[in-house]
Design a protein around this ligand. Structure first.
Ligand code: NAG
Length: 255
């Protein structure tokens, strides 16, 4: 039986009748490329309450609740359990170079969309949004530039939100109406980019509404011409239908 499993049975043994759910979270933390600084952490929860934690830096389990402390005492005396935790730390640090070479941690360049948005709740009628999608790692800096100068007021930003697939997104808003001819851009600084990237706001291509208006106008114009053409065609064929009759009658009338 694995130490983790035996621990769970141990924890269940002194849990209350209303206990519903136990889980543990194993974490391998590192910032190096070779894994020499890896730390292995294992947290045991019962009904979402952190009962105890193994920390490889301390080399032992620390209890946080009364039951957790009791269990920690038992586990710390269990040589097999401690040995198994040390093995997990080794596994963790040996995995680090493979994780790096596997490309799992190589930076991923974001895709950026600068647009104007309407915010119903805002006093300001004009708002620009800079949406930065699908980047890795999480650390990023997104700023607004007006004529190349950073703007600090009227800027709002969401947190970096995880997509759930190792990639992140962040949205930055600027409450501002650009004057005609003014250059507003969104600046993105990220590990995946050799140098900061600027994404300029373009008022014309920006609004989908314009495209809809132009498209509708084109459609109407086409409709007018085709209906007009059809009417003209009908009129002409009608006139031609009348021609033989007049031709037949014409000689009689003139005679
Ligand atoms: C693990 O233990 C080390 C050394 O005491 C400490 O610096 C670190 O913050 C601990 N980690 C956690 C997540 O508690």
């Amino acid at each position: 039986m694995s130490p983790a499993l035996s621990f769970f049975i141990l924890l269940l043994a002194f849990s209350k009748a209303d206990a519903l759910y136990g889980h543990y979270l194993g974490r391998c933390q590192f910032s190096s490329y070779d894994g020499h600084d890896a730390v292995y952490l294992e947290q045991m929860y019962f009904n979402k309450i952190l009962e105890l934690q193994y920390n490889s830096t301390l080399g032992k389990v620390v209890g946080y609740t009364m039951e957790g402390k009791k269990a920690a005492d038992i586990l710390n005396k269990n040589a097999r359990y401690i040995h198994h935790q040390q093995w997990k730390l080794q596994f963790c640090s040996r995995a680090v170079p493979r994780i790096h070479s596997g490309g799992l941690l190589t930076p991923v360049e974001p895709s950026v969309w600068v647009r104007s948005v309407k915010d119903a709740g805002s006093k300001h009628p004009g708002m620009l949004a800079c949406s930065v999608y699908n980047f890795y790692p999480k650390q990023i800096r997104v700023t607004w530039l007006r004529e190349g100068k950073e703007m600090s007021s009227e800027v709002m930003s969401t947190d970096e939100m995880p997509n759930g697939n190792w990639l992140y997104q962040v949205h930055t808003f600027l409450e501002y109406i650009p004057r005609p001819g003014e250059k507003i851009s969104c600046k993105v600084e990220h590990a995946s980019l050799v140098e900061p990237q600027l994404y300029e706001w373009e008022p014309t291509s920006d609004s989908g509404m314009n495209k809809i208006i132009v498209g509708t106008a084109g459609l109407l114009l086409g409709l007018v011409f085709s209906v007009g053409g059809l009417m003209y065609y009908k009129k002409r064929t009608h006139e031609r239908d009348l021609v033989p009759t007049t031709e037949v009658l014409y000689p009689e009338n003139t005679l």
